[in-house]
Design a protein around this ligand. Structure first.
Ligand SMILES: [Fe+2]
Ligand SMILES: [Fe+2]
Length: 246
């Protein structure tokens, strides 16, 4: 496996590794600043590949923050490997994530963020948004780089395959097709439709991101607010109807 690095915004790097066994990309986003920030660690088993990608951009020992949306192996499985190579690095995620999982899991004390709190890493200011169950999991949250207007989307806009790094149209259609075909897969029902789903997506749209940096599939540059509203309508249409009981 090879980690492909693309600068998708100022100081903002997409590190993408296609995993043939899963048929999807695992993407990390590195924001290079006074206090470098890595969104997602990748799997523990992919650490060396991800490390190679980061090393092509900066000295990995200078990494300061490891952020992620929710506690899953692709989001934070290699957290302790990163803490091992970067002596000043800390995990940063939601209060629920820290309290329920990361305090126990991490080899170094994590930092929790409240909803709306801003993490200043230098020129870039990252606003944390608590988004329970969006894309999934109680502890979920997202980071929004207010400086470059980049939303670090985690699993939102999931698309399979080894996609190109950045597109300027069609991301919702790709995500819609992936959601549709996923409805009958063994990994179906990854995203619950809750009383908070639509309002959470509407809130994300008001941020008016210029770039949507996805974890699986291509990133998007353009009218991010419009794309999120379109995605919200797709999700409501596909998931927001009662199934008639299990
Ligand atoms: Fe996930
Ligand atoms: Fe993921």
């Amino acid at each position: 496996m090879q980690c492909k690095v693309t600068e998708i915004g100022s100081d903002t790097y997409r590190l993408s590794t296609f995993h043939p066994d899963f048929g999807i990309q695992f993407n990390q986003i590195l924001i290079k600043d006074d206090e470098p920030f890595l969104m997602h660690t990748g799997f523990k088993s992919m650490f060396q590949t991800t490390l190679t990608g980061v090393t092509s951009i900066m000295d990995p020992a200078t990494l300061r923050w490891v952020g992620f949306s929710h506690f899953e192996s692709d989001e934070c499985g290699a957290l302790n490997e990163w803490l091992g190579v970067a002596p000043h690095a800390q995990a940063v995620c939601s209060f629920v994530g820290v309290t329920v999982n990361v305090n126990d899991f991490a080899d170094r004390a994590p930092r929790s963020l409240e909803d709306g709190e801003v993490l200043r890493i230098g020129r870039h200011h990252l606003r944390f948004l608590s988004t329970p169950h969006v894309p999934h999991a109680w502890d979920a949250g997202l980071f929004f780089d207010e400086t470059e207007r980049t939303l670090l989307c985690s699993d939102l806009f999931f698309q399979p395959g080894d996609a190109e790094p950045l597109i300027e149209s069609g991301i919702v259609e790709r995500a819609r097709d992936a959601m549709r075909s996923g409805l009958n897969s063994p990994l179906a029902k990854d995203m619950p439709y809750t009383p908070y789903t639509d309002s959470t997506l509407q809130r994300l749209a008001t941020l008016k991101p210029r770039t949507l940096a996805t974890m699986h599939g291509c990133s998007f540059r353009g009218d991010g607010g419009r794309a999120i509203l379109y995605l919200a309508s797709v999700i409501k249409d596909l998931l927001g109807k009662p199934e008639g009981g299990l």
